[in-house]
Design a protein around this ligand. Structure first.
Ligand SMILES: Nc1ncnc2c1ncn2[C@@H]1O[C@H](COP(=O)(O)OP(=O)(O)OP(=O)(O)O)[C@@H](O)[C@H]1O
Length: 677
């Protein structure tokens, strides 16, 4: 099997990675892709054929012409469609795949509108070991990206194979030294909003979004691209013939032209985001960093576009601009055209046109180094011309996609290219709008996080004066409006002020306003259960992060929809989403640890907090809320409990995680609830 593009650069693989790349995930991604290919499930013969195609990954390209279908009027609805029309060119060579491509496209069109499901049900059959998510049986894992993983699923009624992309709604671990920015939410929203709208034979099709408000993950059911990523290089040598590269290129050009017409700049065009169907048709995928123009391309010069997202080796010169003396050219859809040029170069020659070991060096080469086109394989003068025009450093004179389609190299050996132009004209599809509202509402709030926060900080509605005075009468303990202790439950808790609470929400990247509404009711109930305002000896903050044990889903075909996120039926998840009771995080290379261990006794009381790293914690090493509460408690109850004389004792007594990095300086604190500022 060929290597992915991340293996191409002998010097620095980071330059082939998307910005904000996660090194661990990338390694996993490669391994998974190699090992996770389906093949051992009991399916029908045709399914086995399809699963087998995962292993082979050696399809030749389908060849077709698309033309607007009868619903082509488009507008803002999803009714526009394309119909494959047999192209006369290359039919002898690709006729079988062409028919398959036609069949597949017909089926995709029958899907109609994207289904939106708000409820997830997971089931596990302990006898057969089969796993189900709603109507889909989960067969295996087919890939991993930076944020999500992709499983192979089979629709239970139709037996159709589909790809189920599972994406956390928020980043699992806030980035070091900053609160969770919410960028993951934005990424997911964007991807869903775009996929919902885009219906084109060269864009991966979305079938269903399963977005349970109680789930921290969103599930995208996508058409299954059995061929996986285009395999294009091995040891810096090409794996594709020039003809095959041209076929793939044409597909990408059509898909990209459609996206641009819809006002979408993909911003991460590269071979790894080009997936092959079993018929050899190439489709563009992964819209996580795409840009959606609200009023059509060319009319905006959004600052958003200047952000360098995507993969450095595929960055256009205008994105690598460092020259302070000259104005940076406008960033436009031409950045995708450049990336398309780099991609074509990769497909033809098995390596990137500009390579360097350091990012700044790479950027310098992209901006200043002339393009050198290898002699072999021979792509002809027209091929060289096309590459030179795609990789024109000046975006203002760079070739456009309309010109690319008419370029002699692109249409070489295509006798009926006029039909092809007509059939692939994106204008025939009608323009679809992706509004701000649609992006914003693409995923629901993470209700489960809300509930966790509610349990963590059990707070009450502000009391009326009458209630306050009643309580004062019935209580002999000192009253403190920001410290409330409850009895009658094992989970006694500290009440936080609204500002403390909103801090916590911000750190969790959960929308404050939406939370407030949802929380108040729940917390009012919690407060009611607490009753009486009596005091416990040891106020505790209950993190309540225990994961439900696997036994919960061990009954035959038992539904576990009450805890939809506990398991993706993926063993690795246990390491991704650990409770603080066994937490030990070692984010790549950051040089810090977070330790925390505790156990509960037979009465479910947290008994001991054993610290692997401890003592003399500084303010910036502990959760902000915990520190505030510690100070508060020490002021109000000095010396009452020896445990409270040290911050570590306080954290220990309250089952709170703590962190320190004894061997590194400066100390860095990262905590899932309250990251440092
Ligand atoms: N529709 C699909 N059919 C088959 N395989 C797929 C499909 N979508 C994605 N994959 C596989 O899963 C892998 C990860 O998917 P994808 O790249 O979309 O995830 P991601 O988290 O958005 O990735 P990243 O952000 O790192 O680019 C891909 O490399 C591909 O091999």
């Amino acid at each position: 099997m060929g290597l992915s593009n991340n293996d191409q650069n002998p010097n620095n693989t980071n330059l082939f990675r998307k910005h904000t790349w996660h090194p661990e995930t990338n390694d996993l991604k490669k391994e998974r892709r190699a090992s996770g290919l389906p093949g051992d499930f009991n399916g029908t013969a045709s399914e086995l054929d399809q699963s087998d195609s995962f292993r082979k990954r050696n399809f030749s390209a389908g060849d077709y012409v698309i033309s607007p279908g009868s619903n082509g009027a488009g507008g803002s609805t999803l009714t526009h469609s394309w119909t494959f029309q047999p192209g006369r060119h290359n039919q002898g060579l690709y006729s079988n795949n062409f028919r398959e491509a036609q069949r597949q496209w017909k089926r995709l069109q029958e899907w109609g509108e994207v289904k939106e499901t708000k409820k997830i049900k997971k089931r596990f059959d302990r006898f057969s070991g089969r796993k189900f998510i709603n109507d889909y049986e989960i067969l295996s894992e087919v890939g991993r990206g930076m944020h999500g993983k992709v499983k192979l699923g089979r629709e239970m009624n139709t037996k159709e194979l589909l790809a189920i992309k599972i994406i956390p709604k928020t980043e699992r671990r806030p980035k070091l030294g900053r609160a969770n920015s919410g960028s993951q939410k934005e990424k997911v929203r964007r991807e869903i909003a775009i996929l919902k709208k885009c219906i084109h034979p060269n864009v991966v099709r979305l079938r269903e979004v399963i977005d349970d408000p109680n789930s921290t993950k969103v599930y995208l059911v996508l058409e299954c691209m059995n061929g996986g990523e285009i395999q294009w290089s091995e040891n810096q040598s090409p794996l594709l013939s020039v003809e095959q590269a041209r076929q793939y290129f044409r597909d990408v050009v059509c898909g990209l032209e459609y996206l641009h017409y819809q006002g979408i700049i993909h911003r991460d065009i590269k071979p790894a985001n080009l997936l092959l169907s079993s018929s050899g048709c190439v489709k563009i995928s992964d819209f996580g960093v795409s840009y959606i123009a609200r009023s059509g391309l060319n009319e905006e010069n959004d600052v958003e576009l200047v952000k360098t997202v995507g993969t450095p080796a595929f960055f256009a010169p205008e994105l690598c601009w460092t020259d302070l003396d000259r104005p940076r050219p406008k960033i436009s859809e031409a950045i995708d055209v450049w990336a398309l040029g780099v991609t074509l170069f990769c497909l033809l020659f098995g390596r990137c046109p500009f390579q360097a070991s350091m990012e700044y060096e790479l950027f310098d080469k992209i901006v200043n180094e002339p393009l050198r086109i290898p002699d072999a394989p021979d792509i002809g003068d027209d091929g060289r011309d096309l590459l030179n025009r795609l990789l024109n450093k000046d975006p203002n004179t760079r070739i456009t996609l309309a010109e690319v389609k008419r370029h002699p190299w692109t249409i070489r050996d295509m006798p009926d290219f006029e039909d092809w132009f007509k059939g692939t004209n994106p204008e025939a599809s009608g323009r679809v709008e992706v509004s701000n509202d649609e992006v914003a509402s693409a995923i629901s709030l993470v209700g489960r996080l809300r509930r966790k926060l509610g349990k963590l900080f059990r707070f009450r509605r502000p009391k009326t004066q009458e209630q306050e005075s009643q309580e004062q009468e019935s209580s002999t303990s000192p009253s403190d409006s920001s410290l409330r202790r409850e009895t009658g439950t094992s989970n006694s808790s500290i009440a936080l002020s609204p500002s403390q609470l909103s801090d916590s929400f911000n750190h969790m990247s959960v929308d404050k306003q939406e939370n407030n509404a949802g929380e108040s009711e729940e917390n009012a109930r919690d407060a009611g259960a607490g009753g009486g305002g009596q005091h416990l000896e040891k106020p505790k903050i209950d993190f309540n992060w225990d994961r439900s044990p696997m036994s919960e889903i061990s009954n035959p075909v038992e539904e576990v929809d009450t805890k939809p996120d506990e398991d993706d039926y993926d063993e690795d998840d246990s390491s991704d989403d650990r409770s603080p009771d066994s937490l030990s995080m070692h984010p790549g290379g950051a040089g810090y640890d977070v330790y925390c261990q505790a156990y509960t006794d037979s009465h479910n009381n947290r008994m001991e907090y054993s610290q692997q790293a401890d003592h003399d914690l500084k303010k910036d090493q502990v959760p902000m809320v915990a520190w505030r509460d510690y100070e508060h408690l020490n002021r109000s109850r000095p010396g009452e409990d020896p445990n409270y004389n040290s911050i570590s004792g306080f954290l220990s007594a309250n089952g709170l995680p703590m962190s320190q990095a004894p061997s590194t300086s400066p100390y860095i604190f990262e905590h899932p609830m309250t990251s440092s500022h």
